[in-house]
Design a protein around this ligand. Structure first.
Ligand code: NAG
Ligand code: NAG
Ligand code: NAG
Ligand code: NAG
Length: 287
């Protein structure tokens, strides 16, 4: 396989840059009412239902190490690796998180916790443009797989307009509301890139690294549960990234697993070297 680094960089520099951007963006989002950064959205699945038992054994709950509070979703892709959205982990150390596996109930006491020892954010994650919003978490020990805990395979088949995807998450049920104890699920429909971009006034915030989904107004993924998985026939297609304010009938955008397959593969294989301090693509693309 090709082990050449896709975008070698200094992670630290990129991270501080991205942080600044995300602060800038927050202000812009609130004032401009254009797009709401994911951390300011309600992050809920609207009109979903409790997930049937065993529906999503790949689902994890990303939680604060100290608080134990659910913060984002994610998926198990390997015995040592979790995939989630970059905006869920930006600016934080691996030790700030824990990962709950093997349950659809956040209070289930027999489920297992794992601890990340490394975060790999996409080096070109661009909060401002909502691009490359994907990150990998390496766990400090291997996940014990069982019926309720399984890695998810990737879907490599191209999707057709209107195809059904399954979204799962523990997003809060209302703005500032409590996180539901039981995992919620929702069927959403695939929206092709051109259609999705057009629905967002041809905004470049929708790019080819996104998989878009749509729900009827007033029902559906509001923004789903950030970082949470969308699957097609049981295979991982995308991770929840962003959307416009809820129930307005715009498609939501998610990080495409097919598009970021090389990023994932490179890091899981251990090929990627850590930053060498040279000028990076991330810095070069500063706006
Ligand atoms: C876990 O929950 C079960 C049933 O709710 C209870 O019987 C058991 O004592 C609990 N175990 C621990 C360690 O809290
Ligand atoms: C993993 O990290 C957790 C939290 O820091 C720690 O308690 C645990 O001992 C570590 N496990 C291994 C196998 O290093
Ligand atoms: C796991 O699944 C198998 C086959 O469906 C079933 O027989 C078994 O009882 C399950 N075990 C648990 C712990 O749910
Ligand atoms: C978006 O682009 C398409 C094709 O270039 C064009 O037909 C359409 O009118 C544009 N829509 C908006 C809202 O600009």
């Amino acid at each position: 396989m090709d082990c050449s680094a896709q975008c070698p960089q200094s992670q630290l520099l990129a991270m501080s840059f991205c942080l600044q951007l995300s602060l800038l963006l927050s202000v812009q989002g609130i004032l401009g009412q254009i797009l709401y950064p994911p951390q300011y959205t309600t992050n809920r699945i609207v009109g979903g239902e409790e997930a049937a038992e065993g529906l999503a054994p790949y689902q994890i709950s990303l939680q604060g190490m100290k608080s134990g509070h659910h913060s984002c979703g994610g998926a198990i892709i390997d015995k040592r690796w979790i995939v989630t959205a970059a905006h869920c982990v930006i600016g934080k150390e691996a030790s700030a998180f824990r990962v709950l596996t093997g349950t659809q109930n956040l209070q289930h006491n027999a489920s297992r916790l794992y601890y990340p020892d490394k975060i790999v954010m996409h080096c070109n994650y661009k909060p401002r443009m909502y691009r490359n919003d994907i990150a990998l978490l390496r766990l400090n020990e291997s996940i014990v797989f069982d019926n309720a805990t399984q890695p998810v395979e990737f879907d490599h088949e191209p999707l057709a307009a209107g195809e059904k995807l399954l979204l799962t998450g523990w997003g809060t049920m209302s703005l500032g509301g409590d996180v539901p104890v039981q995992l919620q699920s929702l069927e959403v429909k695939y929206v092709p890139f051109e259609e999705c971009r057009a629905a967002h006034d041809n905004s470049s915030r929708v790019d080819i690294g996104h998989v878009c989904t749509f729900n009827d107004k007033g029902k559906g993924a509001c923004h789903g549960d950030s970082g949470g998985p969308l699957v097609h026939n049981g295979k991982l297609v995308a991770l929840v990234n962003w959307g416009l304010p809820c129930a307005r009938g715009y498609p939501d955008a998610h990080a495409s697993i097919a598009y970021y397959h090389d990023f994932i593969r490179t890091h899981l294989s251990g090929c990627q070297k850590d930053g060498d301090g040279t000028k990076t693509e991330c810095e070069a693309e500063q706006e």
